[in-house]
Design a protein around this ligand. Sequence first.
Ligand code: HEM
Length: 195
Amino acid sequence: MRTAAIKLLLFLLCLLPFLHLLWDAFNGNLGANPVEALTHRSGDWTLRMLLITLAVTPLRRTTGFSLLRHRRMLGLFSFFYATVHLTIYVWIDQVFLWDEIVADIIKRPYITVGFTALMILLPLAVTSTRGMQRRLGKRWKSLHKGAYIAAALACLHFLWLTRADTLEPYIYIAVSTVLMLLRLKREQILGFFRR
Ligand code: HEM
């Protein structure tokens, strides 16, 4: 019962930024450039949800507090926000001009890495079920390490698209780096320095 209640609470919390975005969109609260606001807010939440998902294991290791049962949902929320982000770009920003979209993906490095990050998240979302986990066995774990690569590419995407103040992307880069280091086993880190 307690687990179900926590799951519901987490679900609602993860959905809140999306509902807030919808609310602001329908009430004209998106400022002078609504398309930019939609793209940025959905992009921010994709990255935040991805990092929250990656924080589950280090959080359990360092504090004993475990959200492991809910990690799948958190990861799927990251994919959900990525899909919203892409939909806004394809539909509202580029109005389905496929030639422009393909040219952007090929020619603009920040779009290329963002798109690659999304392409990495796609198989992770598809194989996130218990059945797939069982079927893929050890390969499932290796595949899902791709989430770290997606996070690194997403940070690069953010850094490369930021023209002026780069503090925010650097904060995300720092958080991702700490999460990756915490993920490595202590022995691996000590082994690296002993070499
Ligand atoms: C996992 C995948 C992705 C993540 C985590 C992500 C994250 C972000 C973030 C954090 C921002 C900046 C938000 C801000 O400035 O506050 C952003 C902006 C943006 N993203 Fe993504 N993104 C991803 C994939 C994509 C894809 C696939 C596309 C398009 C094909 C895309 C297109 C854009 C555009 C056009 C902007 C705004 C650029 C600007 O205003 O100059 N992103 N994204």
